[in-house]
Ligand binder design. Sequence first.
Ligand code: GUN
Length: 297
Amino acid sequence: MILIDGKATAAAIRAELKEEAEKYKEVCGRAPGLAVVLVGDDPASQVYVRMKSRACDELGLHHRQYDKPADTPQDELEDLIQALNQDPQIDGILVQLPLPKGLDSQRILDMIDPDKDVDGFHPVNVGRLSQGAPCFEPCTPAGCIELLRRYNLPTAGKKAVVVGRSNIVGKPLAMMLTRGGDYANATVTVCHSRTPDLGAEIRQADFIFAAVGVPKLIKADMVKEGAVIIDVGINRTDEGLVGDCDFEDVKDKVSAITPVPGGVGPMTIAMLMKNTVTSFKKRMRVGEFEAKLKWEK
Ligand code: GUN
């Protein structure tokens, strides 16, 4: 059984990005910039935002955090997004979800400039993703695919089951798995709370992507011998953080699996850093600059 080490993989990606960011900082005179907006005092969101800030520090990225009280009016947040859209130091804008009740999240996400939407949640990027066009990919599904790539686990011609249909993970992941290429040419089934026999669906799968947020939902009797499990679940329980799969129960039956914690979680932030550096390069026309340098040589 291969234990897919997301922590080490994410660290390797961050190191690659750090090198890239340092190089471009020198050439362009500024670092890639990320703005993170945190509204309210949800403890899990506070932890995630802190981890995102730390990753920016590690890579030498410019980052700004906007902490707003839970009763911040919609107008004020929309004004902040508009200002960040115009801010030349900022390449990526991230609004940590969920937003407190009373705020219209979709209206706020819709307002982010699609070219700064490093979370990939803007309808323009969702649409581009569905068309297989270049776009910002949502960070968690992108992290899942990157793990498959780096562990050389191609999904081409295989059966994949995605458990969960959220806008953040399940839906975009299903689109990404069918987009084409060695790691994205699976036959995909999306399961959800109204799927009559979840076990029967999952048993068909060579690749299982679990993203429902139900602790230890997936047991050994639901898993085909030799399947690969990518467990996106991060559930706080009395025994600590657990995934959507019962790791101890399934571990002897699978060929590869991500642990929780230390699997997909760290990859999400690494992919956010990647999207931020990509946005910076695009905005600073780094590709054109490099092409010009090559030409002049
Ligand atoms: N809340 C849970 N996951 C995410 C994410 O990937 N991005 C944002 N902005 N909020 C989240």
